[in-house]
Write a protein that binds this ligand. Structure first.
Ligand SMILES: [Zn+2]
Length: 139
């Protein structure tokens, strides 16, 4: 609110300066000043009445890199290291049926998100599970 008052006070100040020192002002300065006022009013409007929109916008910008799918869930061999690690985290058992996972069959197992990304899950190894082909086909 104080900022809006300051902005509105700057208009008569500008006009007064223009009145007393007309030779210092070129025509382009009017356009600059008008643009400055309009952009500031727009920012004040957005921050006051469209706060959720601004918040969402900034959040999207902030998280745009982090939500990129860095892990390819359909890859076969490129996820072998990741699969080995998740297999150890699951104590070499399928996440659903608890049948043992054999390291030579790792390429048959499927990686899935525990909490899917579109439902708020994080794209992190802690949110990944590995299921055997039969569990995967029955989902
Ligand atoms: Zn299973």
């Amino acid at each position: 609110m104080k900022y809006l008052l300051l902005l509105l006070l700057s208009i008569p100040l500008y006009l007064m300066l223009h009145k007393y020192y007309p030779d210092k002002f070129e025509e382009k300065y009017h356009y600059y000043f008008t643009g400055f006022i309009i952009i500031n009013l727009l920012i004040i409007y957005l921050l006051t009445y469209e706060t959720p929109f601004i918040y969402q916008l900034l959040q999207n910008v902030y998280y745009s890199d982090k939500n990129k799918p860095t892990i390819n869930l359909n890859g076969v061999d490129q996820n072998l290291l990741l699969k080995t690690q998740i297999s150890q985290n699951q104590m070499n058992q399928c996440h659903q049926c608890h049948n043992p996972i054999f390291s030579q069959d790792l390429y048959l197992y499927k990686l899935q998100y525990i909490q899917p990304i579109q439902f708020g899950g994080v794209n992190d190894i802690s949110n990944l599970k590995m299921v055997c082909p039969s569990c995967y086909s029955f989902q």
